[in-house]
Design a protein around this ligand. Structure first.
Ligand SMILES: [Zn+2]
Length: 269
């Protein structure tokens, strides 16, 4: 991943996704917005922040990457595995008008200029580009979504809707809480071992007895490869949001009094 700096604004991009030349995208940081307090400063979800500040933040970050913030579409996410196909009729939903897109953790589209947005504060973002059929997707994959393989379900839905083939997909796996910090108990580990047996190679004993650390980004990468995505087409951030809590909002570090990061992607060509 590459860090981009424009004045106060800082955001990350995937080099493999930039090279497709058909999308504009970014993963935000805390820097460059107008929000204050625990939302300082680039908060991209309403939460308890001032509405006009959040909208202004969208204007700033979208302008900077060459997108129109009025075309933003987002869902309310619930750590499930439902996927929503976004069309022009959905433009503005979530940010500028009432949305009926609720309970979806992944968004896909093959229409230009729609700005797909999903939210993060430790969970993993999965950016998906099909340069052949010109379609995109973005999935919010926390540990629950990872156990349910929301990334795989999203690429299967793109195959159904847009004829996308896994071998053609260009994928970015964004900053999230990583194996250095993502401590879990036996219950979470059991779910991984039951649902994704291969994940045992990415689960480590913690120094604290009865606790474990999980490498979510690499579990997702492996699950994509197991489903036909080419390893060379996957760019993984390896950035930990909790270690880098000065740069990223981290739920584990800040609790509920925090802003939200966003994964933003739009087809333009
Ligand atoms: Zn860490």
């Amino acid at each position: 991943m590459k860090l981009n700096e424009k004045g106060d604004l800082k955001y990350y991009t995937f080099e493999n996704i930039e090279k497709t030349n058909i999308v504009k995208h970014c993963f935000s940081t805390k820097f460059g917005g107008v929000s204050a307090g625990c939302y300082e400063s680039m908060n991209l979800a309403f939460r308890e922040d001032k509405r006009e500040n959040v909208i202004k933040n969208y204007e700033i970050i979208c302008d900077s990457i060459g997108l129109d913030y009025k075309n933003v579409v987002f869902s309310s996410q619930i750590h499930e595995d439902k996927i929503y196909k976004v069309t022009k009729e959905d433009i503005g939903k979530g940010l500028l008008r009432e949305s009926n897109i609720k309970g979806y953790d992944a968004l896909i589209t093959n229409e230009k200029d729609i700005v797909l947005v999903t939210f993060y504060a430790d969970c993993v973002s999965i950016f998906i580009v099909d340069p052949i059929n010109k379609a995109i997707g973005i999935a919010h994959s926390g540990w629950r979504g990872t156990v349910k393989e929301i990334g795989i379900k999203t690429i299967k839905e793109m195959e159904k809707q847009y004829s996308s083939q896994p071998k053609d997909l260009i994928i970015g796996i964004g900053p999230s809480i990583e194996k250095c910090c993502f401590q879990v108990g036996e219950d979470v580990v059991e779910q991984f071992k039951n649902m994704l047996p291969f994940s045992k190679d990415y689960i480590f004993n913690d120094t604290q007895k009865g606790k474990y650390k999980i490498d979510l980004q690499n579990i997702i990468k492996k699950s994509l490869i197991n489903n036909g995505v080419l390893e060379e087409n996957i760019e993984i951030s390896n950035l930990c949001t909790m270690c880098n809590n000065k740069t990223f909002f981290s739920h584990r570090f800040m609790g509920d009094n925090r802003g939200s990061l966003a994964g933003i992607i739009s087809l333009y060509n």
